[in-house]
Design a protein around this ligand. Structure first.
Ligand code: GAL
Length: 341
């Protein structure tokens, strides 16, 4: 009889008490969209360095409604420590409020909530990277591409007007990384006395396919006027390279699958993230450079914090600096070929 009841409960999807108790040793890792190249890579890095921490990953499928449902269900199941990559960083208010009502803790990653929301409740943390820093480092890549001398750009200034003509592939509107990377990369070039003309900014939502399509439109409109493609992330940079490749902007003369920058035809593209595939493309000469959005260090910082909070260890043992009692910042780094001029 018990067997039949158990079977019935399983069929109806009703959790059994024993399995429920076991589950509470897991930490919910709620990702905004597992289809995002960088986030799926980041999720893997978190698991690879998790030690004794058992994560259960939930995919919010880029829907804040789905994410709220996942969070509320887990909260009512009794979970009290969450790692959340918000879908809409401007809508975390409701989750913070619900967490506060029961004394739960949330560590946000990758999409930074508003400071005013973070300040609402003590037990919330953010582990991420300073978006403005990635914009500055990407600008440094562009400066080195044009020879580092603003008064006399090198031959990458195709029309010789001493102005960098660029198109920008922008991530999701409102995302701190999309907004700040776009503004800062241009501001920093200007601060360093480089003349820049932004031919167009196209939103491609951090997405490879959207960027491939956007790049086609940009090429049809501006063609050879474009001297460098600046992408807010690697997925969009790679999407742009795909289109550039099919539209004849990369020509591998000796057909060795490597673009030789001295002799082959190539269009400079820069990204951000440091995905494995982006590093491969730097090595094969297709991608000029990228900025490492250091998911390994972020994963380590996260796992250490989860361990302290979950096992109620002393916070003073944490090896990272916590700013304003809530923020852990991980530095970006430039990745490019050391041989570049
Ligand atoms: C950024 C990253 C993008 C995308 C986005 C998602 O930090 O550079 O590639 O993953 O996060 O929030």
């Amino acid at each position: 009889m018990r067997k039949i009841i158990v079977m019935l409960l399983i069929l109806l999807g009703i959790p059994l008490m024993t399995s429920c108790a076991n589950k509470l040793h897991e930490i919910p890792l709620i990702i905004y969209d597992m289809g995002d190249n960088y986030m799926s890579d980041f999720e893997q890095k978190i698991r690879q360095s998790s030690g004794d921490i058992a994560y259960h990953t939930y995919d919010s499928q880029n829907s804040q409604i789905i994410q709220n449902e996942i969070f509320e269900t887990l909260l009512s199941d009794g979970y009290r420590l969450f790692v959340i990559n918000p879908v809409d960083r401007l809508s975390v208010f409701a989750m913070i409020e619900k967490a506060e009502q029961v004394g739960a803790t949330i560590i946000f990653i990758n999409r930074e909530p508003l400071k005013s929301d973070m300040d609402l409740y003590e037990n919330v943390y953010y582990i991420g990277a300073d978006a403005a820093q990635s914009g500055r480092l990407q600008a440094e890549l562009v400066m080195s591409l044009f020879g580092n001398n603003p008064t006399q750009l090198n031959d990458k200034d195709l029309n010789g007007d001493n102005i960098i003509q660029t198109v920008i592939l922008k991530g999701e509107q409102g995302h701190q990384d999309a907004e700040q990377r776009t503004d800062v990369v241009i501001d920093y070039l200007k601060e360093n006395q480089f003349n820049v003309e932004v031919l167009e900014i196209k939103i491609a939502n951090f997405d490879m396919q959207e960027a491939a399509i956007a790049m086609e439109t940009l090429l049809n409109q501006y063609g050879n006027e474009i001297e460098v493609v600046i992408a807010n992330n690697d997925a969009m940079a790679i999407g742009a390279i795909e289109t550039l490749n099919t539209m004849g902007y990369f020509i591998d003369n000796d057909e060795n699958d490597i673009i030789d920058r001295a002799t082959d035809v190539w269009m400079p593209v820069v990204g951000i993230d440091g995905l494995d595939i982006a590093i491969e493309q730097i090595q094969s000469g297709f991608l000029y450079g990228t900025v490492l959005n250091d998911s390994i260090s972020m994963a380590l910082a996260l796992n250490e914090l989860v361990d302290i909070l979950f096992n109620e260890k002393d916070m003073s043992t944490y090896t990272h600096t916590i700013t304003s009692e809530k923020y852990v910042w991980i530095d970006y780094q430039i990745l490019s070929l050391p041989t570049d001029e």
